[in-house]
Design a protein around this ligand. Structure first.
Ligand code: HEC
Ligand code: HEC
Length: 317
């Protein structure tokens, strides 16, 4: 039997909209036997080393790993932390409907969407060992939990409510933003985030980058099609998970302003046509929406904001 740990911060998690006491906070104690176990372990390794792992490095267009956003829990495994973005319970929700793709997505489809967007890369082929291994790892993290396919969003039971509620909350706050909020976000970023992520979002050592390009001109972080690049979704994730080890400590206005600042910095445009591998094999993308383009500017416009007015300059193309 899987141990279900009771979480200390019950009150905090309840305000975030989940049944805290019901949520396991660790991977199962043992790996499955044989080949399945080998694939689960391979998937775990890929999640930790996505941009350098031999099976995935050519598919990644930034300096991130899955565990950069699907954080490690106390058991040291990617995606077991209890904040927004946990993989615990995720596999129970699939196949699940996605409004973005207007189609029913499998877990492998969902993983591929993070490759195209959060990893600024290309979609792994569904039949490849890397793709199966990552899905096997995520599925293992739901062992013993009841299946319940999600007809509304491609999201596990411990994430969907929290995303929905908190993204709405932050959109409401950020729609009213002015240049003052940008300046306040910059100040807060420098005080609370820059010590790990760098003053220019470039990352430091094992602390991942948040925006911009490397000296050799390569994009460092998630692109403008990623959940994190939507300032309201980004704020929901950051409030739940950052600063590292202090998730839940930023006030609503603080998290809103910090991500207004972070997501107003330069990052790669998202063009759906670039996410296919190889480009001609459209069949690999399970979506009814085949045209999609996002930029920093359009992500601000989605909340009724003009990025030039917010920044107070004309740096963003
Ligand atoms: C830059 C941050 C970031 C990185 C890196 C990232 N993801 Fe995600 N991932 C997200 C966000 C944000 C969501 C949910 C929001 C949304 O639906 O847009 C998500 C959702 C998911 C989900 C659905 C989980 C659930 O229960 O809601 C899966 C599965 C997933 N990602 C897999 C991966 C894998 C595998 C990788 C590495 C190849 C990866 N992600 C890398 C940010 C990231
Ligand atoms: C103590 C160091 C530390 C501080 C302070 C910190 N972070 Fe992080 N942050 C991390 C680490 C480490 C990760 C990735 C986790 C991993 O790889 O295990 C991360 C991941 C992230 C990510 C997702 C990955 C990416 O690069 O896009 C975002 C966004 C982020 N942090 C934003 C912030 C913001 C905003 C603040 C300030 C409120 C902040 N962080 C403060 C260490 C820190």
């Amino acid at each position: 039997m899987k141990t279900i740990q009771t979480i200390g911060a019950v009150a905090l998690l309840c305000t975030l909209g989940i049944q805290a006491a019901e949520m396991p906070t660790a991977a199962p104690k043992t790996y499955p036997e044989g080949e399945v176990g080998r694939l689960v372990k391979l998937g775990e390794a890929i999640m930790n080393e996505t941009d350098t792992h031999p099976l995935t490095k050519d598919l990644v267009g930034d300096k991130l790993q899955c565990k950069s956003c699907h954080l490690k829990g106390a058991d040291g495994k990617p995606g077991t932390a209890k904040g927004i973005g946990t993989f615990i319970g995720t596999a129970t929700a699939f196949p699940a409907y996605s409004k973005r793709e207007k189609s029913v997505q499998t877990l492998q489809d969902r993983i591929n969407n993070c490759f195209m967007r959060s990893m600024n890369g290309k979609r792994p082929i569904i039949d490849s060992e890397a793709s199966v291994a990552m899905a096997a790892y995520v599925t293992w993290l739901s062992e013993g939990l009841p299946m319940k396919m999600n007809p509304k969003m491609p999201c596990g039971p411990y994430n969907s409510q929290r995303w929905a509620k908190n993204s709405k909350k932050f959109a409401k706050i950020q729609k009213k933003a002015t240049h003052k909020n940008y300046l306040s976000g910059k100040k807060l970023y420098e005080a609370r985030c820059a010590s790990c992520h760098g003053r220019n979002g470039e990352g430091m050592g094992t602390f991942p980058p948040l925006w911009g390009k490397s000296a050799d001109g390569k994009w460092l972080a998630y692109n403008t099609g990623a959940g994190m690049s939507k300032l309201n979704k980004g704020a929901a994730w950051v409030q739940s998970n950052m600063p590292l080890g202090q998730g839940g400590t930023l006030k609503d206005q603080e998290a809103a302003d910090i991500m207004l600042y972070v997501d107003a910095q330069p990052r790669a445009d998202f063009d759906l046509a670039k996410g296919f591998l190889p480009k001609c094999e459209m069949g690999y993308y399970n979506s009814k929406v085949l045209k999609e383009h996002h930029s920093v500017r359009s992500n601000f416009k989605a909340l009724g904001l003009d990025v030039d007015k917010i920044r107070g300059d004309k740096v963003i193309p």
